[in-house]
Design a protein around this ligand. Structure first.
Ligand SMILES: [Zn+2]
Length: 158
């Protein structure tokens, strides 16, 4: 068994924490790249529209179908139905503005890209939720992406 000092063990733990942080940073950057691709291809909007349609259908079925007749179970159904319609209402706005394929991902950054020297850097705060058993951890980072042809990415703390 190798002899390790307290300082070495501490250093090993720090090293491991740095590696974990690097892996999480890469995952956040990958998520940002996928999100940009998904929006530009219009896929995000199609999924958004389908979700809104499903919520409206669910809301109407709950309100019209279940509320009509079953007096005892009706209050809960009405509330579920109204909640579904309210979320659908918010979803319509998201589909029309935020998920518009013509709208660029993130916010423009003032400086030029350090790699291609073009003014094409855009940034956005990304969130990733990890579940380990009953523990939920949320990771946040502001991801900067250059154009897909350049491929420059960076991440910093929010
Ligand atoms: Zn670039």
């Amino acid at each position: 068994m190798p002899v390790t000092t307290k300082a070495q063990r501490l250093e090993a733990r720090k090293q491991k924490a740095r590696e974990h942080a690097a892996v999480r940073a890469r995952k956040l950057v990958r998520k940002a790249v996928r999100q940009r691709e998904s929006r530009q291809s219009g896929r995000s909007r199609i999924i958004g529209i389908l979700t809104v349609v499903a919520l409206i259908a669910f809301g109407l079925v709950m309100i019209v179908g279940v509320y009509d007749g079953h007096r005892d179970a009706s209050a809960g159904a009405l509330i579920f139905g109204l909640i579904a319609l309210a979320i659908a209402g918010l979803g319509v706005r998201l589909v029309l503005s935020d998920l518009n394929p013509a709208r660029p991902w993130g916010k423009a950054r003032a400086e030029n890209c350090p790699q291609c020297h073009q003014p094409s850097l855009r940034e956005k705060e990304m969130t990733r939720v990890e579940y380990h058993g009953s523990v939920t951890t949320t990771w946040r980072g502001i991801v900067t992406l250059c154009s897909p042809s350049c491929g420059f990415t960076s991440i910093r703390k929010p």
